[in-house]
Write a protein that binds this ligand. Structure first.
Ligand code: C2G
Length: 436
């Protein structure tokens, strides 16, 4: 009996996949199909997969072609599987030609012609076509534009910015003269303007039924933030707060592990985010860093707290550093943020059994450690991070727009608390100012 194995994601199963499976089966008597797990796909850069693993397995099973279905979870598994399942032939489409020659050592490798003219990416592109407008006075728009190229179904189609000179050529071609003109050309907007402009800009877009992905803080108070969410709902649009860290796999997994009790009861969360930038930035630096530093604090400890801020200004009265202290019922936290002061950008979560350590720059990390009194219990965790998380954030936004339902990685409670805290800071409430 000839045993054949093949692998794939099989997202939105199409006839290209089915033809491949049929020919794979015809190579022998027994066909095993390995369907890729979500995490494994993410590590190989496949971020747009729309169906869950179970949906994809079910679709392959329903073809009736596979004799057995297994899950592909890790790099190198193919060799393990070939041995474990006593495989005679490994086969895959010709788009992989040469890539699996190393398996010849273990079994016969056959590349089958790929079916032209159909692919999961094309189906995803057809399923959703979101014309995205980029708004704001920031060079960061270039980054978002670059990252949008990795997201199926999002097309940047207009840009409105006060910083034309900082835009790369392709964005210059998409520039329009007013916000209204931009809104006329798009289905959704990404906003990275000064926080005090967010409310009006988001409101205008949402009222016209557009969806909005807006950098944090969404607004500078809880009431306006809630109002924006209700306008979004009334107009069937999506409103999502953009903090790229919330979409990094390492950060999400860290929160799950810590919330799951891995370091005991959380006693303290200390987050530091600083930068020294030569260019005057679009946002005052503390606005720029504040929401990111507040994210793990509110996500882990909730939003019932008392807070106090110590703000440092330079001789020209420019805010260069702020230390925000939080007292919760059973825990404390601090956010040290600065633009003009440099420190170690680490995140430390202290618990009654151990602590989590995320090295600098923690807001775009692919790695963290859980550490204990007995160092032999320490564990290191690594995850893939592409595009600083912006790419994943855009995928989540596109999915939400398509489904008409947001499943943000940031809770509404956290979003509200970030708006309120940054607003209080803007008004210098509970704030002691030290001038240098
Ligand atoms: N395929 C094809 N024709 C298409 C599209 C895909 O023959 N038009 C084949 C691919 O070559 C692959 C299988 O269908 O053999 C599954 O394709 P994907 O779901 O895109 O999976 P892929 O990323 O190619 O995974 O470990 C993973 C495997 O190595 C391949």
């Amino acid at each position: 009996m000839t045993r054949v194995i093949t692998y794939g994601t099989y997202d939105l199963l199409h006839y290209g996949h089915i033809r491949l499976l049929e020919r794979a089966k015809a190579l022998g008597d027994y066909l095993i199909v390995g369907v890729t797990a979500d995490d494994f796909d993410k590590t190989r850069g496949k971020i747009n997969v729309q169906q869950s693993l179970m949906e994809r397995i079910e679709a392959v099973r329903a073809t009736g072609i596979a004799d057995e279905i297994i899950i592909e979870e890790y790099e190198g598994q193919k060799i393990d599987d070939i041995r474990k399942y006593d495989i005679d032939i490994f086969t895959v489409g010709s788009d992989w030609k040469g890539k699996f020659d190393y398996l010849n050592e273990y079994c016969k490798v056959v590349y089958l012609d790929r079916t032209e003219g159909i692919s999961s990416s094309e189906i995803r592109e057809e399923k959703r076509q979101i014309r995205l407008g980029l708004v704001g006075g920031s060079g960061f728009l270039n980054k978002v534009f670059a990252e949008a190229q990795f997201v199926n179904g999002i097309h940047v189609s207009a840009v409105w910015t006060s910083q034309a000179e900082r835009m790369q050529c392709q964005l210059k071609e998409l520039m329009v003269g007013s916000y209204e003109e931009l809104l006329g050309k798009v289905d959704a907007v990404y906003i990275r303007s000064l926080p005090e402009l967010h409310y009006e800009q988001a409101k205008k877009a949402l009222s016209m039924g557009k969806s909005v992905l807006c950098e944090a803080p969404l607004t500078l108070n809880e009431t306006e933030t809630l109002e924006l969410f209700s306008i979004a709902e009334e107009n069937h649009g999506i409103l999502m707060e953009a903090i790229k860290t919330a979409y990094s796999t390492a950060f999400s997994r860290l929160l799950l592990l810590v919330k799951g009790g891995k370091i005991g009861k959380i006693i303290s969360v200390d987050a530091t985010c600083t930068s020294l930038r030569k260019d005057a930035t679009d946002w005052p630096g503390i606005y720029e860093w504040g929401p990111t530093a507040l994210l793990p604090i509110f996500a882990l400890l909730g939003t019932e707290f008392k807070s106090e801020t110590i703000l440092f200004q330079d001789q020209k009265q420019v805010d260069i550093f702020a230390k925000m202290e939080f007292i919760f019922k059973n825990a404390v936290a601090s956010a040290s943020v600065g633009d003009g002061v440099k420190s170690e950008g680490e995140l430390i979560i202290s618990g009654t059994k151990g602590y989590a350590y995320v090295p600098a720059p923690w807001w775009k990390t692919d790695y963290f450690e859980l550490r204990y009194e007995d160092p032999s219990e320490n564990r290191r965790y690594f995850y893939q991070l592409d595009g600083e998380g912006i790419r994943y954030e855009l995928v989540a936004f596109a999915r939400a727009v398509e489904k008409g339902k947001a499943l943000p990685n940031i809770s509404l409670q956290t979003t509200k608390a970030i708006s309120e805290t940054m607003g209080q800071f803007a008004k210098r409430e509970n704030c002691t100012v030290i001038r240098g």
